[in-house]
Design a protein around this ligand. Structure first.
Ligand code: ADP
Ligand code: ADP
Length: 229
């Protein structure tokens, strides 16, 4: 069974004669553990697609499944997903530990289990020595690792990344990209990663979805996408 499937997904913004259809029937079957990168020009619908999978945006028609569940009508918190944004979205007044633990506290995960999961994520992301710091006391790369840690501790079935590296300088971008590769290697979480950076797409993707004007132009390996005649 696919970890994630999109079946003829359509998105319109607005209603009636003024409605603007921005996603025109996208279908894709994504396997367990697969790392999928979504590329395409600005405005082609990458964010909208990701936000529909996350439940941050309603779908106008079609079906989205995560595992064996149709999630069309489920709240973001009821979907087995975690999302990493480009602007980190950390809580400034909370320590690194509390930032990573917050979602689990809300979900009423027992304190001892929270500690185990946060410590494990901190170890993987080399954040163990920073757990007491506040976000303002961290570098951009460290903040983005905290944002990833907060996502990992939820042990989601699907990981969504919305241009997570685009606020980092070139060096940190390369480092963090390698972190993400390592994370996927170690944890194998099915991932959807939006970017407009070809290097990120080439190095991270097992398959690439190429979007163009709300249509899925290609769904193929990096070799096929970038070497086509
Ligand atoms: P991308 O992420 O590829 O840059 P988006 O998914 O953000 O593209 O946008 C796809 C299209 O949908 C664009 O034409 C954009 O203007 C439009 N759009 C995005 N969000 C909204 C919204 N909340 N209301 C109306 N139109 C929107
Ligand atoms: P991105 O390219 O990362 O999607 P944008 O600047 O296009 O960022 O969009 C930022 C926010 O504005 C998003 O939440 C998007 O849904 C919303 N948005 C984009 N285009 C429109 C639009 N035409 N009308 C209303 N909201 C929009």
């Amino acid at each position: 069974m696919a970890a994630l499937s999109l079946r003829n997904v359509i998105k319109r913004y607005g209603h009636g004669p003024k409605a603007n259809q921005v996603i025109h029937g996208v279908s894709a079957e994504i396997a367990d553990h697969e790392f999928i990168v979504i590329v395409g020009p600005s405005g082609c619908g990458k964010s909208t697609l990701l936000r529909m999978v996350a439940g941050l945006e309603d779908i106008s028609s079609g079906e989205i499944r995560i595992g064996d569940r149709v999630v069309n009508d489920l709240e973001p918190s009821e979907r087995d997903i975690a999302m990493v944004f480009q602007n980190y979205a950390l809580y400034p007044h909370m320590s690194v530990f509390d930032n990573m633990a917050y979602g689990l506290k809300i979900a009423k995960v027992p304190v001892s289990e929270i500690k185990t999961r946060v410590d494990k994520a901190a170890k993987i992301l080399e954040l163990g020595h920073l757990l007491k710091r506040k976000p303002r006391e961290l570098s951009g790369g460290q903040r983005q690792r905290v944002a990833m840690g907060r996502a990992i501790v939820r042990q989601p079935q699907v990981f969504l990344f919305d241009e997570p590296l685009s606020n980092l300088d070139a060096k940190l971008r390369a480092q963090t990209r390698i972190e993400i590769q390592k994370l996927h290697h170690d944890l194998g979480i099915t991932s959807l990663f939006v970017t407009h950076d070809q290097v990120e797409a080439m190095t991270l993707a097992q398959r690439i979805i190429v979007m163009n004007g709300g249509v899925m132009d290609q769904f193929a390996t990096p070799e096929e996408v970038y070497n086509r005649p």
